[in-house]
Design a protein around this ligand. Structure first.
Ligand SMILES: NC(=O)c1ccc[n+]([C@@H]2O[C@H](COP(=O)([O-])OP(=O)(O)OC[C@H]3O[C@@H](n4cnc5c(N)ncnc54)[C@H](OP(=O)(O)O)[C@@H]3O)[C@@H](O)[C@H]2O)c1
Length: 283
């Protein structure tokens, strides 16, 4: 397959592109190569490159900043995705799009299935939901993959932040009352490849396996433990750390449909984290 990947410099795309390249012809495009908010550019690039599928890794991802940059968040995550969806519909090719657990409000007491009602509580989540809706309105053939708490050995993410803070401070305070699931970009990349090879269109949830969810505190403690660092990790509440954007207090995603449809067995989060930290040390 010829696969066009947008947002090529992003954290996920950097790991996804080599995974796709193992079996496919990949056209990786950075924001400089293709700004998805330009409808003309999206049309021209798709017309000239004639991909079989587009994977959209381009996004506005600054959750707190989105509260003051609402227009920019909606432009990229809403209109940008609309542009891709229209161009894919015209080219009669599927669009694979990455979305987020933040489309949910966090009021559930069990993992969210792809059929559960969305109700985002911050601007980032609302803008991502706008993108999801455009895709569903415009396209017959699409893959929407909701994921959460993404991390990689590069980019801006929780694992690297905890490693940096642990080297600077003897004690770190981490939120213990938001429950979710971390996701290694390597695991997610394998899932994306499997999905676009399957032609099983629809909405999917894909994270690492957590058996019901963990807190940021649990995640931080494991990062520190596996790295052999001596930093003390202290649990705190969300109220003690007010942020511009509200976060869902529970956003674990149910993986059953992904498992059944793709035969994909998500890796346990501790195993995925251990692998990532091993690669980080080796790099
Ligand atoms: N990170 C997480 O914890 C998380 C959790 C759930 C879901 N997701 C979703 O997963 C996907 C990948 O996230 P990520 O963490 O890899 O994000 P990321 O590192 O911020 O990458 C996003 C990429 O999109 C590019 N971009 C921004 N505006 C663009 C535009 N108008 N046209 C083309 N490219 C544009 C960015 O370029 P610049 O940097 O130059 O602006 C960046 O390279 C996103 O859809 C995100 O919403 C992420």
């Amino acid at each position: 397959m010829k696969i066009l990947v947008t947002g090529g410099n992003g954290m996920l795309a950097q790991d996804l592109i080599p995974v796709l390249k193992e079996r496919h012809d990949v056209i990786p495009l950075t924001k400089k190569d293709l700004d998805i908010t330009s409808r003309d550019s999206v049309y021209t690039v798709l017309k000239n490159s004639k991909p079989d599928v587009v994977v959209n890794c381009a996004a506005y991802t600054q959750v707190d900043k989105a509260e003051e940059e609402r227009a920019q968040a909606f432009l990229v995550n809403g209109i940008g995705v609309q542009n891709l969806a229209i161009a894919c519909a015209d080219a009669k090719i599927p669009l694979c799009h990455i979305s987020t657990d933040y489309v949910f409000d966090g009021e559930n007491d069990k993992p969210y299935t792809p059929f559960d009602n969305t109700n985002p509580i911050n601007t980032y989540g609302k803008s991502k939901l706008a993108g999801e809706k455009y895709i569903q309105w415009i396209l017959d053939k699409f893959y929407i993959i909701r994921t959460s708490w993404l991390y990689s050995i590069r980019g801006n993410n929780f694992v690297l932040t905890i490693l940096r803070l642990s080297k600077e401070k003897p004690v770190i305070r981490i939120i213990n009352d938001q429950i979710g699931a971390p996701t290694s970009t390597m695991q997610l990349s394998e899932g994306i490849r499997k999905l676009i090879e399957s032609s099983a269109y629809g909405i999917y949830h894909l994270t690492d396996e957590t058996d019901g969810g963990i807190s940021w505190f649990d995640f931080a403690k494991e990062i520190v433990r596996v790295s052999g660092l001596k930093t003390e990790v202290i649990p705190v509440t969300t109220d003690e750390f007010p942020r511009p954007a509200k976060r869902p207090k529970y956003s674990v995603l149910d993986l059953e449909i992904t498992r059944l449809t793709l035969g994909f067995k998500p890796v346990h989060w501790k195993v995925a984290l251990g692998n990532s930290l091993y690669h980080l040390i080796k790099s």
